[in-house]
Design a protein around this ligand. Structure first.
Ligand SMILES: Nc1ncnc2c1ncn2[C@@H]1O[C@H](COP(=O)(O)OP(=O)(O)OP(=O)(O)O)[C@@H](O)[C@H]1O
Ligand SMILES: [Mg+2]
Length: 238
């Protein structure tokens, strides 16, 4: 059974339909990437999984159980955490307070159990955050802010980490640094869904790739089985 499954997931903003019948699976230990052009529905898809917008109750399954009707806070408790597009740190709190907030309402595990994230462990993953722990987020570089947003999500001890464009606006060397931490997060037993506009980056880390086009799934498969032409067509249309 997949850890997470979307079945014919649709999503609306008022009368506007943003997703049309998306099917997706994520297995335990897997990293998948969702690519697609601006407005394709990638963020909407993550928001629907995280309970921030509603689809049909049984259109999202976690461990085989429907979660589509649950409140976002209950979905965090189950072990699904979102690193939102644009980082969304709390501007009036320090870096450390932002991290601590992530632990509220999260999933409690046995101390030192696999996947049990503490401040110390987040600081060892991103040492710069420890140095900047008393700073306001606005004084951090874009890369440091992204690290704080990832750290905040990890503090809820997720079994699934949903990452929305973590490389957006960052210098290549910083992107490399942040991506280098993903295997360490996976090693804690966390599966990852990456939304990424950078196709090359997505192909490097993803076990499987999903491409969205105008709210529809246009392509899915293992990166090594897909041709550049297929991906180009699925991404941009033809
Ligand atoms: N709050 C909203 N109200 C109305 N329409 C919205 C809202 N958020 C997104 N949309 C629309 O839904 C569609 C999908 O948007 P979404 O943000 O999911 O795309 P995306 O693939 O994440 O794009 P991007 O790469 O720009 O982040 C777009 O047409 C967008 O204009
Ligand atoms: Mg988006």
């Amino acid at each position: 059974m997949p850890l997470l499954e979307a079945r014919k997931l649709t999503a609306f903003y008022g009368d506007f339909q943003a997703l049309y019948g998306i099917d997706m699976t994520l297995d335990q230990g897997e990293t998948i990437a969702i690519i697609g052009a601006n407005g394709a529905g990638k963020s909407t898809f993550l928001k629907a999984i995280a309970g921030l917008i509603r689809g049909a109750p049984d259109s999202v399954l976690f461990d085989g159980e429907p979660i589509g009707a649950l409140a976002a806070s209950d979905i965090v408790k189950l072990g699904i955490a979102l690193v939102p597009e644009g980082r969304r740190l709390f501007p009036s709190l320090t870096v450390e307070e932002n991290l601590r907030i992530g632990a509220h309402g999260g999933k409690m595990r046995e101390p030192k159990a696999q996947g049990q994230w503490t401040l110390d462990r987040v600081y060892s993953l991103f040492p710069i955050l420890k140095e900047r722990r008393s700073s306001a987020p606005s004084t951090l570089s874009g890369g440091q802010q992204q690290m704080a947003a990832i750290g905040r999500a990890l503090m809820s001890n997720p079994r699934i980490l949903l990452c929305d464009e973590i490389s957006l606006g960052l210098a290549p060397i910083i992107i490399t640094d942040i991506y280098a931490t993903l295997p360490q997060i996976e090693a804690e037993g966390t599966s990852i869904v990456l939304v990424e506009q950078d196709i090359v980056q997505a192909m490097k880390v993803a076990d499987r790739l999903y491409c969205f086009q105008e709210g529809r799934l246009s392509l899915a498969g293992r990166p090594e089985t897909l041709t550049r032409e297929q991906i180009h067509r699925a991404y941009f249309g033809s």
